[in-house]
Ligand binder design. Structure first.
Ligand SMILES: Cc1ncc(COP(=O)(O)O)c(C=O)c1O
Length: 361
């Protein structure tokens, strides 16, 4: 702890009491949050709340054990079927979190003798999964398809290519079509982490694919999942330690997630995605995702800007090492369909004063 404090890297969660993007801090200050990943504004949706309430009445609170031990509540099976149908896949497997889903997928399909090719900006759960897999790991330059191809060409044996499809701290997209083409040619399994892929990219065809998602961000609940052809999901159920050795998601959370997927697949989902797209355009025209990084560089400066925004009632977290590389500190703006034009304009005006170049990045 002394080392962390001396380095100026001490962190602790702040108090935030709120619903949707609006809330109050511990000292009672009212703020608009651009920190959560509630991209479609579903966290306050009546259908999700009602579904959770009903599930709570029917099944009570915790699931009490792992699914292979205690069994699946009907809502777990229904949610898997809905996720598979939504993603156009044969089958889905639920995990406790998106983090656990990545751990389970990467350790199951990676392993000694398998090459895991991983983008340098992949999420921590993918990095940890690759470490736990005891695979040969090739970390490649960000979104560099040629580097992926080079590593696959030089490897004799099974290979897995794994990437975030929307990078969580940069908001840029992976070249999924090109990766699928390269994987298809080399017989490698492509694992896509679509945790933030609410506005795309579309999943590619042409390679054997496992798609990982989270129920915790745009779907406003908690949990993770993987969809794939059934033999692959069956292997996950039988091999993924982060599936086997942990208690199933509480039924009320799965019920909320199921209601969320149904909203997302309905006409209302289209309306919410269009609202999100419009909100992103308002802040940074042409940006491909709801994660807008505002690069500041220096750690102290990033913290100072975040503090000043907070003083103005705008909660925008400063992102710094170890989450991003030293010298690339930034503010991470997460846009939601639930943000109003006034809230977005207030943020834009404040950023215009504090980080004048912010729109051009
Ligand atoms: C790209 C990516 N993958 C996976 C996760 C983990 O998802 P979860 O929060 O559901 O554990 C996150 C964020 O937390 C993420 O940003």
């Amino acid at each position: 702890m002394a080392g962390i404090r001396t380095a100026g890297r001490y962190r602790s969660p702040r108090a935030f009491d709120g619903l949707g993007p609006v809330g109050t801090l511990g000292d009672g200050t009212k703020v608009v949050s651009f920190a959560g990943n509630d991209y479609l504004g579903l966290s306050e949706h009546p259908a999700l709340r009602e579904a959770a309430h009903e599930a709570l009445e029917r099944w009570g609170t915790g699931a009490t054990a792992a699914r292979l031990v205690v069994g699946s509540r009907p809502v777990h099976d229904e949610l898997e079927a809905e996720l598979a149908a939504w993603k156009g896949a044969e089958a889905a497997v639920l995990f406790g979190t998106g983090f656990q889903a990545n751990l389970g997928v990467v350790t199951t399909f990676g392993g000694p003798g398998t090459l895991v090719v991983s983008d340098e900006l992949n999420h921590a759960s993918i990095i940890d999964g690759a470490r736990l897999a005891r695979a040969e790991v090739a970390v490649v330059r960000h979104v560099d398809v040629q580097a992926v191809e080079h590593r696959l060409a030089g490897h004799d044996g099974p290979a897995v290519v794994v990437t975030d499809t929307v990078f969580s701290m940069d908001g840029d997209l992976a070249p999924v079509d090109d990766l699928a083409e390269v994987c298809g040619r080399h017989g490698a399994l492509l694992v896509l982490d679509e945790a933030h892929a609410v506005l795309g990219p579309e999943a590619p065809s042409g390679a054997e694919l496992v798609r990982v998602g989270t129920l915790s961000k745009a779907l406003a609940s908690v949990g993770g999942f993987a969809v794939a052809d059934r033999p692959l999901t069956e292997l996950l159920v039988n091999r993924a330690r982060s599936y086997i050795f942990t208690t199933a998601t509480p039924p009320a959370d799965s019920a909320a997630a199921l209601a969320a997927v149904r909203v997302v697949r309905s006409a209302e989902g289209d309306v919410r995605r269009a609202a999100l797209r419009a909100n992103v355009e308002r802040l940074r025209p042409g940006h491909p995702s709801p994660i807008i990084p505002v690069l500041v560089g220096d750690e102290g400066r990033a913290l100072a800007v975040s503090d000043e925004l907070l003083r103005r009632g705008l909660l925008v977290p400063a992102i710094r090492p170890p989450t991003v590389a030293p010298g690339t500190c930034r503010l991470r703006v997460a846009v939601s369909a639930a943000h109003t034009d006034e809230q977005l304009d207030e943020l834009a005006d404040a950023l215009g004063v504090l980080v004048p170049a912010w729109r051009g990045e």
